[in-house]
Design a protein around this ligand. Structure first.
Ligand code: 5AD
Ligand code: SF4
Length: 460
C-alpha cells in the first residue's frame, strides 16, 4: 500500500470518529526524548482533529495516553507506577487507556502488560503511530482491544496532523532509527534502521513554520547527522540540509540533536561555521572518556579522537561550546577508566552535561557482559562526576555576568508569573522582567547574575 493512501485511510477514520466524539478530553504523558515529544505532538494533532480537547489533569480525561521511553529502567518503572493511577480514572470515568512509544516495541513488556495490566485498551508501537485513529475506531465502535505493534524498520509517513506545544520553537524530525548498535543502547531495537525524510518535505515543513512565525527549529533524529537526503535540489547530506534551513527567512535559530561524533564530518563543521543561525552549543555525546570502555560500547572513536574532534570544531567555530551525555558504571569500567571520563570533562569544559547511571537493557550486548559494576560504585562515581560538573557549571555561568546576549523569549516563567524566560544561543535559561509583548521575539539582554540552573538578565 502507498504511504499516502495509508494517511488517507486514517483521515477517513478521523471523519468517522468525529461524528461520535465531541467534547471528550484527552490527557497525554510524554516520557523520554524530543523525538517522543514530537511524536506526542502528532498524537495530539490526530486527537484534536477527531474532536478531543486536551486536559492537563489525568483524572479529568476520557482518553489517557502514555507515550513511553525505555532508554533506562527508571523510565519504564515510571510507566508501571502511573498505570495504577490511570486504572483509578478508568474505574471512575470509564476512560480509555492507551500506551505507545519505545517501551511497547519490547516483547517482554507486552507480555507483562497483557498478563498484569489487562485493563490497558490500546497498545501501539513506534512504527504504527499514524494508525491511532483506526485503533481508536476499532476500540470504540468494534469494541475490540487493540494491540498494534509491528517489528519492521518502519516507513516514513508525511502529512500526519500535528498540534505543536510551542508557538515560537518547533521540533522537526528529519530521520528515524539508528544503525549504530552501541552495546548499552536499546534504541536500534525499538526504533528500527535509519531512514531519512525527503529534503523537500523537511524544507516545506520549515517554510510553513517560518510563515506561522516560528523562530527556532530543532532538527531531530536518533542519529541526526547521519541524515541522507534524496537529491532534491542537490541536498544529499546533513551539511547540505543545514545550509538550506539556514537560508529560510524568518527562522533565526537552528539546533540539531542528537549527533554522533563519528558522523561529525568536515562539511558539517564548515556548515556550522558558515551558518550563523546554527546554535552555538553543540551536543557531542561522549558516553565515556576511556578508550577501553568506548571500544566495549562500540562507539567507534577513542578518547583522543573525541578530544581532537572537539578541538577541530572549536578551531573552526571559536564561539562554540559543547554539551554532552555521559554514562557512568558501564560493565568493566575501572577506576582508571572513570578517571579518563573526568579528565575529558575537565579538558573540554562542557557547558552542559547530561549524566546517567548505566542501566541494563534486555537484549543488548552489554546486558550479558561480565563485570557489571556494583550499584554502590556506580552511585559513588556518579556523585564525583556531578560535583565536577556543577563546579564547572558555576564557573562557566560567572563568565556570562556583564555580557550582552541575544535571547529568544519563550514565554512567562513557570515559577514567577511576573517574569519572562528565554534562552541564550548557548541554551542557558535566562529570566528577566519584561512585558508579554516580547514573547516570541529575539531581544538583547544584559546578564546580571547567575543561579546555577539559570541566569538573570535585564533588557538593554
Ligand atoms: N543506561 C544509561 N544511559 C543510557 N543512555 C542510553 N542507553 C543507556 C543505558 N542503557 C544514555 C546515553 C544517551 C542518552 C540519550 O541516554 O548517554 O546518549
Ligand atoms: Fe527513549 Fe530512545 Fe525512545 Fe527517545 S528514542 S523515547 S530516548 S528509548
Amino acid at each position: 500500500m502507498l504511504k499516502n493512501d495509508e494517511i488517507d485511510i486514517q483521515n477517513k477514520y478521523i471523519s468517522k470518529l468525529r461524528q461520535i466524539i465531541s467534547g471528550k478530553k484527552y490527557y497525554i504523558l510524554t516520557m523520554g526524548c524530543n523525538l517522543n515529544e514530537n511524536d506526542s505532538e502528532k498524537i495530539a494533532g490526530m486527537l484534536e482533529k477527531i474532536g478531543y480537547n486536551k486536559v492537563d489533569e489525568m483524572n479529568k480525561a476520557d482518553l489517557i495516553i502514555f507515550n513511553t521511553c525505555c532508554i533506562r529502567e527508571n523510565a519504564e518503572d515510571k510507566v508501571f507506577g502511573k498505570l495504577g493511577e490511570a486504572k483509578k480514572v478508568k474505574e471512575k470515568n470509564n476512560a480509555i487507556i492507551a500506551l505507545c512509544g519505545c517501551m511497547m516495541q519490547q516483547k517482554h513488556i507486552i507480555e507483562k502488560l497483557n498478563k498484569s495490566y489487562p485493563f490497558v485498551d490500546i497498545i501501539f508501537g513506534t512504527h504504527t503511530l499514524h494508525k491511532l485513529p483506526e485503533d481508536l475506531y476499532k476500540l470504540i465502535v468494534a469494541k475490540n482491544k487493540v494491540r498494534d505493534v509491528i517489528d519492521i524498520d518502519g516507513e516514513i509517513y508525511e502529512g500526519i496532523p500535528i498540534k505543536r506545544t510551542s508557538k515560537n520553537k518547533a521540533l522537526v524530525t528529519i530521520m528515524y532509527g539508528c544503525n549504530n548498535f552501541c552495546t548499552y543502547c536499546i534504541v536500534p531495537y525499538v526504533r528500527g534502521r535509519e531512514r531519512s525524510r525527503k529534503a523537500e518535505n523537511i524544507l516545506s515543513e520549515i517554510q510553513e513554520l517560518a510563515k506561522k512565525g516560528y523562530k527556532e527549529i530543532t532538527l531531530l533524529g536518533q542519529n541526526v547527522n547521519s541524515y541522507k537526503g534524496n537529491g532534491y535540489k542537490e541536498i544529499y547530506t546533513f551539511a547540505d540540509l543545514l545550509r538550506a534551513v539556514n537560508d529560510i527567512d524568518g527562522i533565526e535559530i537552528i539546533n540539531f540533536i542528537s549527533p554522533h561524533p563519528k558522523d561529525f564530518t568536515d562539511d558539517v563543521i564548515d556548515a556550522i561555521r558558515d551558518c550563523k543561525k546554527i546554535s552555538r552549543i553543540l551536543h557531542l555525546p561522549l558516553q565515556s572518556g576511556s578508550s577501553n570502555v568506548l571500544k566495549l560500547m562500540n562507539r567507534k572513536y577513542t578518547k583522543e579522537g573525541y578530544i581532537n574532534l572537539a578541538k577541530k570544531i572549536k578551531h573552526e567555530v571559536p564561539d562554540v561550546v559543547f554539551s554532552t551525555d555521559i554514562i557512568v558504571g558501564f560493565p568493566g569500567e575501572t577506576e582508571e577508566d572513570f578517571k579518563d571520563t573526568l579528565d575529558v570533562v575537565k579538558t573540554i569544559n562542557f557547558e552542559q552535561v547530561f549524566m546517567f547511571i548505566y542501566s541494563k537493557r534486555v537484549g543488548t550486548p552489554a546486558e550479558k557482559m561480565e563485570n557489571q559494576i556494583d550499584e554502590k560504585v556506580k552511585h559513588e562515581r556518579f556523585e564525583r562526576l556531578k560535583q565536577l560538573v556543577e563546579k564547572q557549571l558555576e564557573e562557566n555561568n560567572k563568565k556570562y555576568i556583564g555580557t550582552e546576549q541575544e535571547i529568544l523569549i519563550e514565554g512567562v516563567s513557570k515559577n514567577n508569573k511576573n517574569t519572562l524566560t528565554g534562552r541564550t544561543k548557548t541554551n542557558k535559561i535566562v529570566i528577566l522582567e519584561a512585558d508579554d509583548s516580547y514573547i516570541g521575539k529575539i531581544i538583547n539582554v544584559k546578564i546580571v547574575s547567575e543561579h546555577m540552573w539559570y541566569l538573570k538578565g535585564e533588557m538593554v
